[in-house]
Design a protein around this ligand. Sequence first.
Ligand code: THU
Length: 164
Amino acid sequence: MKENKSISIQYSSYAHMDQLPEKEQMLLKKAIELSDDAYAPYSEFNVGASILLKNGNIVAGSNQENAAYPSGLCAERVALFAASANYRDEEMLTLAIYAASETTAQKQISPCGSCRQVMVEYEVKQNKNIKVLLMNSSKEVWEFDSCRDLLPLAFDFTALKKQD
Ligand code: THU
């Protein structure tokens, strides 16, 4: 029997970052600054990512490219891996991502599939949602309460292990 199913995701859209709480505006401003630190000589597409930890620290990320193209890494994963490496058990509250959007079709930065998978894994690990804020050069913000909203049906190795 065939059943048609669908999955919907939720997010909020703000016309401008100044409509968000001050703490999140500060995190978004940091992401803008961090995009200047990108090393992206090949794509010339600069991305900044900032993560607010529960202890108040902010962890920085920007995309880092390499002449051997697959060796480079997106801003999101640079920040996520740095947060986990430097603050192993500190909860990640919010991940803010910024990229100038003129070059993206949907006019909003949207993390790649690999970064979404990594985001979901840290969310599962800490058993608390990580909020995601996406911002473009018009300072329009999309807010996702959970990384899962960006990756429905994520591969969840921890769930597989529990079945053993
Ligand atoms: N990139 C990111 O850093 N984050 C994204 O969400 C999308 C893509 C980087 C990877 C590469 O350095 C450049 O943008 C072009 O794909």
